[in-house]
Every structure is written in structure tokens, then in C-alpha cells.
Design a binder for this molecule. Structure first.
Ligand code: DCP
Ligand code: MG
Ligand code: MN
Length: 347
């Protein structure tokens, strides 16, 4: 029979292990292979079928074939069972802890969350990450993400009915589970091609009149329970950014609610299209899109698309000029890339 789901879950697990050790290239290769196998239309029953899948090299092909033949993946089993890997996974699953920090803690002899609590001076976000470990380690079902989204959207619109509140991230890409909820807020200003000074005024308006009261209300009703990062536009470039933890009010029939991660950003209307594309991701897709822009003498980030950017040895020689775009579609079009719906933006 077809073993696609088994193959994908084993490769995905291996990618997670490599992520915990900081092996970015292997993470990339394994994730890419997972998506290649997923989108492969025919069942995988013969070795030739494995090696014919684009994006699967010979080495990974052998591994996939082992899973098809034996139903198991010996390399995964040995890596997964190693004490070090289990602890690296434990540590990197703490919010705010990457592979380098985990590695350092391991080298210092720490082995459990209790060791970390007792012996490490943690950052604010890491403290939240440990306190809420059992909740934050889980991805939430799409349905719950939708509930959170409509809850916050309701609050946003009661503050300003004209503002736009768009859910981005993995939710917008149609994923069945989400690591967090990513919300983007903006207010139409009717003058989207206006000067930068004006845009900043508009952002400060949204930030003061929408974001600040929104966050205050969400805190006061107990929906936002912990803050991770909060950066207002005075400190950052044209973006009000909030990262935190929320919990939905318990309904009549729900089991106990869990804490969930939420990110909310607020941007000026003129930057909305670039911000939506950035915040929708995936991070891999964003990287490809930026590289593509570079090859065409443009540059793309979460704020702008620019033209006439001259680079020498990767270094920018001219800053270029902003190309105003009014929608996602227009952004793709100006870049000369066929439009891709969010569901097709994993790569
Ligand atoms: N992003 C990016 N580069 C990063 C981090 C984020 O380009 N290093 C962009 C693309 C992501 C989006 O921001 O899709 C949201 O970031 P998340 O970390 O919330 O990632 P996702 O929503 O895609 O996945 P998850 O379900 O794990 O939250
Ligand atoms: Mg997300
Ligand atoms: Mn996020």
C-alpha cells in the first residue's frame, strides 16, 4: 500500500531533531522532501517512484525507501533515542530558546526543566516559556485559531469599525494546526501613496488609537495573560509589534482552555501589501521571494518593494525607490511572478 503519511511523519520528526541541533540545511532538505512527497500525486510503491520525485535527492531517496520497505527509519530511531537529542528537544521547545542556548545548557550539565529553573537566570520570554511549557509546546487546532481570531477581530472592530484585521501566518496558508495566531491590523488612510512623514502619522494614529487600547482591553479582560515582546513605533521602523500569550474564555462545553501564542502587528496602510505577504509566509517562501526580487534589481522586505537597487558583492550600492503597490496581487505582478494563493506558499 501507500506509505506517504508514514514517510512524511518520520521525515518531519527528523527535521525537528535537526532543528533542535541547529542544522539548518538538513532541516531545509527534510522539510522540502516532506512537501515534495505530500504533493506527489501517485502512490509510492516502487523505488523508481521515490527517486523520480523532484526535490528528493539520492540520499534522502534511500531513507524514504527504507521507510517504505520496513515501516521504520533506523537513523531517526537512534537519533531520537539518544539522551542528548531528547534534552535538546526539551530545551529548544521552551519559547525563546534556540539551539545554541540549549547546547550551552547541555554542556553545563543541565538535563531537566527543573535544572534550568533552579540554575539559570532566564530572560522574560524564557520564564514565560518554562511556566507555560505544557501548553506552549502544543500547536492549536485550526478551529481554535479561528475562535481566537474572531474574538480579537470583534474587539478591534468595536474600537474602530474601519480598521482592517487580517489573519496571516500558517492559518492563512490553510494549515490544520497553528503554532500561534498571527494578526495584522491597519487602517485605510485613503492616501496610500503619500509621503513617508504622513504614513508615520497614520501609523502612530493606528498605534495610539487602535493597538494601545486593544492591548489594554485584552489584558484587562484576562484574554492576554503574558507579554513576550511589545515594540511601539517610536522604537521600531513603522510597525507596532506585539508578541504574547492569550487564553480564550471557557465556554460551556469546552474542556479546560490552554494558553496559546499570539502575535499582533499594526502597519501603515501603504505598507499593508508587503506586510501581508511577509506575515503570511512561510519563512521559506519569503526567502525565495526576496531572492527573486534581488535577481531583478529590486528589493523586498516587510515594508516595501523597491526598484533600482544596485548591489555589488551582495552589498547595496543604491537604496532604490519604493514601488507603491496596493494589493498582494499587484505586488506579485510588479515582481513578474505568477500569483500564488496563500495555500501554495510553503516554499
Ligand atoms: N517570518 C519570516 N521569518 C522569520 C519568522 C517569521 O519571514 N524568521 C514570517 C513568515 C511566517 C510569519 O512571519 O509565516 C509568521 O511567523 P510564525 O513564526 O508565526 O510562523 P507560521 O505562522 O508560518 O507557522 P506557525 O504555525 O509555527 O506559527
Ligand atoms: Mg504563526
Ligand atoms: Mn507568529
Amino acid at each position: 500500500g501507500d506509505r506517504k503519511e508514514l514517510i512524511c511523519s518520520k521525515l518531519e520528526e527528523m527535521a525537528d531533531n535537526y532543528e533542535a541541533t541547529g542544522d539548518k540545511w538538513r532541516v531545509y532538505a527534510y522539510r522540502k522532501a516532506v512537501s515534495a512527497v505530500r504533493s506527489h500525486k501517485k502512490p509510492i510503491c516502487k523505488f523508481e517512484e521515490v527517486s523520480s520525485i523532484p526535490g528528493v535527492g539520492r540520499k534522502l531517496g534511500d531513507k524514504i525507501w527504507e521507510i517504505v520497505e520496513k515501516g521504520s527509519f533506523s537513523k531517526l530511531d537512534s537519533v531520537k533515542n539518544s539522551e542528548k537529542m531528547q534534552i535538546m528537544n526539551l530545551f529548544t521547545n521552551i519559547h525563546g530558546v534556540g539551539s545554541k542556548t540549549a547546547e550551552a545548557w547541555y554542556a553545563m550539565g543541565h538535563r531537566t526543566l527543573q535544572d534550568i529553573k533552579d540554575k539559570i537566570v532566564l530572560t522574560g520570554p524564557q520564564t514565560v516559556g518554562i511556566d507555560l511549557y505544557d501548553d506552549l509546546v502544543l500547536r492549536m487546532p485550526r478551529e481554535e485559531a479561528a475562535e481566537i481570531e474572531s474574538f480579537v477581530r470583534g474587539k478591534v472592530h468595536s474600537i474602530d469599525p474601519n480598521s482592517i484585521c487580517e489573519v496571516c501566518g500558517s492559518f492563512r496558508r490553510g494549515k490544520p494546526t497553528c503554532g500561534d495566531l498571527d494578526l495584522l491590523i491597519t487602517t485605510p488612510d485613503g492616501v496610500s501613496h503619500s509621503r513617508e512623514v504622513f504614513q508615520r502619522m497614520v501609523l502612530c494614529y493606528s498605534s495610539n488609537r487602535i493597538m494601545s487600547p486593544l492591548l489594554e482591553e485584552l489584558h484587562s479582560i484576562g484574554f492576554l495573560t503574558h507579554d513576550l515582546v511589545s515594540v511601539s513605533p517610536e522604537k521600531t521602523v513603522n510597525m507596532h509589534k506585539y508578541m504574547g500569550v492569550c487564553i480564550l474564555p471557557a465556554g460551556e462545553n469546552e474542556r479546560d482552555r490552554r494558553h496559546r501564542r499570539i502575535d499582533i502587528i499594526c502597519v501603515p496602510f501603504s505598507e499593508y501589501p508587503c506586510a501581508v505577504v511577509y506575515f503570511t509566509g512561510s519563512a521559506y517562501f519569503n526567502r525565495s521571494l526576496r531572492l527573486l526580487a534581488q535577481r531583478r534589481g529590486m528589493s523586498l522586505n516587510e515594508h516595501h518593494l523597491k526598484r533600482n537597487v544596485v548591489r555589488r558583492k551582495g552589498e547595496k550600492k543604491t537604496a532604490g525607490e519604493i514601488i507603491p503597490v496596493s494589493s498582494e496581487q499587484e505586488l506579485f505582478q510588479v515582481m513578474g511572478v505568477p500569483f500564488r494563493p496563500p495555500e501554495e506558499r510553503d516554499w
